[in-house]
Design a protein around this ligand. Structure first.
Ligand code: TXA
Ligand code: MG
Length: 328
């Protein structure tokens, strides 16, 4: 199966037909590439779990054309979800709401709730609309990578994960680069389940109340597991003043071209150490982070040292992904 051009209307048609028949299509969103199946068919969705090697009790995000289409999967949108979707859809935001019974059970990992998202990407939107015209109510799509690995932000990453058997729509590099912000809207207070690229204070301004941290009763789901998003190489987070020491020790241990460093402090690393400069802008780092980790893997790096980002909230999304990537 070739990689299809996402800006080709014939390719969108072909992909929509594929989805309608219950088959898998990988497609770009503004966050990362998704591995899609029609969410209103439990059989179609089981193909995603098989393909990814993901445990079937782990819920997926259901993608819809707009808030009106969300009611096919949601019993209702509570006021908190209405406020969020009005302000941030289409965009990199997933709301978790009560699921309408009888629809999307497999996509939701049988939970009584469902994660819904309306992506802000022309190819994703074209695909969702074309599929809807063929009776598809929504498209379940986790990130298009094998379970536990780094999410893909380019079509070529998807091919690296799954080979050429899978239909892939190419929409170029993803604008945001890390997965959507997830807010649980089912409780008394909105809970931030996963930070993304949306600014926390922008969310709280719209909500008119603070976002709560996830608590013990929050569902344990794969995106929330301590170790996730991991490349093959070992990843370590290191404070600025310790980078040089850490990199030199790793270079001794692993030898030339087996150590990578990704840092915003200007470095002149020892010969044989692969260096990627990190921007001081969290949006830019989110945009390139997964591609940088994948690039180090392709180079055969064994140890990646990453300079720990600042502790400020604008780095929450990036810090979250780096912490998971560095947890063995
Ligand atoms: O940006 C994104 O959200 C990407 C693109 C493709 O849209 N998708 C994505 O899907 O990241 P995935 O499957 O890798 O992450 C889904 C995560 C789960 O790991 C879980 O944390 C959360 O969404 N989730 C989904 N449904 C949920 C539910 N009913 N309750 C709690 N968390 C849920
Ligand atoms: Mg994922």
């Amino acid at each position: 199966m070739p990689v299809l051009r996402g800006d080709d209307p014939a390719a969108i048609m072909q992909a929509a037909k594929h989805l309608a028949r219950g088959q898998l299509v990988a497609f770009p969103t503004e966050t990362v590439y998704g591995l899609g199946a029609r969410a209103d068919s439990d059989t179609a969705v089981s193909g995603i779990f098989r393909c990814k090697g993901r445990p079937p009790d782990h819920p997926l995000i259901v993608h819809v054309t707009d808030a009106a289409a969300a009611v096919a999967f949601a019993e209702e949108l509570p006021p908190v979800a209405v406020r969020l979707t009005r302000n941030f859809w289409p965009g990199p935001l997933t709301v978790v709401v009560r699921r309408r019974s009888g629809v999307g059970a497999a996509a939701a990992g049988k939970l009584p709730t469902v994660g819904l998202r309306c992506p802000d990407h022309p190819v994703a939107q074209a695909l969702l609309h074309a599929a809807r015209d063929r009776g598809v109510l929504g498209v379940a799509a986790p990130s298009a990578n094998r379970f536990g690995r780094v999410s893909p932000t380019r079509a070529s990453h998807v091919v690296d994960e799954f080979g050429v058997e899978l239909m892939v729509l190419d929409g170029g590099p993803c604008r945001e680069g890390i997965e959507s912000t997830i807010v649980d809207c089912t409780g008394e207070f909105p809970v931030l389940l996963r930070p993304g690229t949306l600014a926390r204070n922008a969310l709280e301004q719209v909500l008119g109340e603070p976002l709560q941290a996830r608590h013990a009763a929050s569902p344990r789901v794969p995106g929330s597991m301590a170790s996730h998003y991991a490349p093959d190489a070992r990843v370590g987070l290191v404070q600025t003043d310790l980078i040089t020491t850490a990199v030199e020790a790793a270079a001794l241990e692993f030898g030339p071209r087996r150590v990578g460093v990704y840092s915003s402090s200007p470095l002149s690393p020892a010969a044989g150490v692969l260096y990627q400069p990190m921007s001081g802008n969290p949006s830019q780092v989110a945009h390139e982070l997964f591609a940088v980790l994948r690039w180090f893997d392709v180079q055969g790096v064994r140890q990646i040292w990453v300079e720990a980002p600042p502790e400020t909230t604008d780095w929450d999304g990036v810090r979250d992904r780096l912490q998971r990537a560095s947890t063995p």
